[in-house]
Design a protein around this ligand. Structure first.
Ligand SMILES: [Zn+2]
Length: 297
């Protein structure tokens, strides 16, 4: 169980001043010159290769501080301190559990489970969060906290130990962070899951606003991230795109072209014809009809 105090450091600087990520630890020979220090402060660190404990728990490669020495107060790679800042912030949706894990609590609007949307079909009834004006601050707090956690985990190179420190609470369901937050490199995992998973738990998706348009009926708008990567989906090659759809143009106009966005809600999957040498094209669709359901930077 990864709890506070066990999350390592993702980047180090060697004696020659070169910066290294975690993959350098697993190379042979190791490319760095010791001593190594934390990439965020001058704290001396040790490179620890990945290992599996007797109980079967795997810890991936990381840099570790020596016992009894501490990061500078402002070091971005001090996991405990950085999480404390998030948990202590005003209007946070994060809570610290007794176990030492951290929990993102989603508001009631994200607890209902809309009808399942069979993959590859188009349906008129689309799941979207219904937000009353009075509830918008709680949804805003949830998405703002989710973004902060996602960015923290990015800074920590998505180390499994860091991911395991967070869970998401949606009604009675506890969701692992990996099953909640999907960046472009894991759209294929989300698409696969949508073809089998009937639980319909809410997810967070992130992408870059690369294109936008109006649906052919003229009644809704979309924003798209297209990683242009061929993935294996249900046993054959496919290109996956993420589309954020809305009946409100103003909601999507909050995200300017080229900005990164983060949206919270339910995702559906739609086969979207063929292209690029006859490969399947598949869209992940999320409907956002409240400005509180999407943010960008
Ligand atoms: Zn440091």
């Amino acid at each position: 169980m990864a709890v506070s105090g066990e999350v390592g450091i993702p980047f180090a600087v060697d004696a020659a001043g070169h910066r290294f990520g975690r993959s350098a630890i697993d190379r042979s020979p190791q490319p760095f010159r010791k001593p190594l220090s934390c990439a965020g402060c001058k704290l001396l660190v040790t490179a620890v290769a990945g290992y599996t404990t007797g109980s079967g728990r795997h810890t991936s490669s990381h840099y570790r501080r020596h016992p009894g020495v501490h990061h500078d107060a402002s070091c971005p790679y001090d996991f405990d301190r950085q999480v404390q800042v998030l948990v202590g912030a005003d209007s946070t949706a994060l809570e610290r559990e007794r176990s030492g894990h951290y929990r993102l609590v989603l508001p009631d609007e994200l607890q209902a489970q809309p009808p399942h949307d069979p993959p590859g079909t188009y349906r008129r009834r689309r799941a979207s969060i219904v937000v009353r004006r009075a509830d918008a601050p709680r949804l805003s707090a949830a998405i703002n906290s989710a973004v902060k956690v996602a960015r923290l985990l990015e800074r920590f190179d998505h180390m499994p130990q860091a991911l395991e420190a967070f869970t998401v609470r949606s009604g009675r369901s506890a969701i692992a962070w990996r099953d909640f937050c999907y960046l472009p490199d894991r759209y294929d995992e989300l698409a696969s899951r949508l073809s089998t998973d009937r639980t319909r738990l809410p997810v967070a998706v992130s992408g870059i606003a690369q294109a936008r348009g109006v649906a052919s009926a003229g009644t809704s708008y979309w924003l798209m991230h297209d990683p242009s990567q061929r993935v294996q989906l249900d046993g054959s090659a496919a290109y996956l795109r993420l589309r954020i759809r809305s009946r409100s143009e103003a909601v999507l106009e909050r995200v300017t072209d080229g900005q990164r966005f983060f949206a919270l809600g339910w995702c559906g999957r739609l086969d979207a014809g063929k292209s690029r040498g006859g490969h399947r094209r598949c869209d992940l669709n999320m409907w956002i009809n409240s400005a509180a359901g999407i943010c960008s930077w």
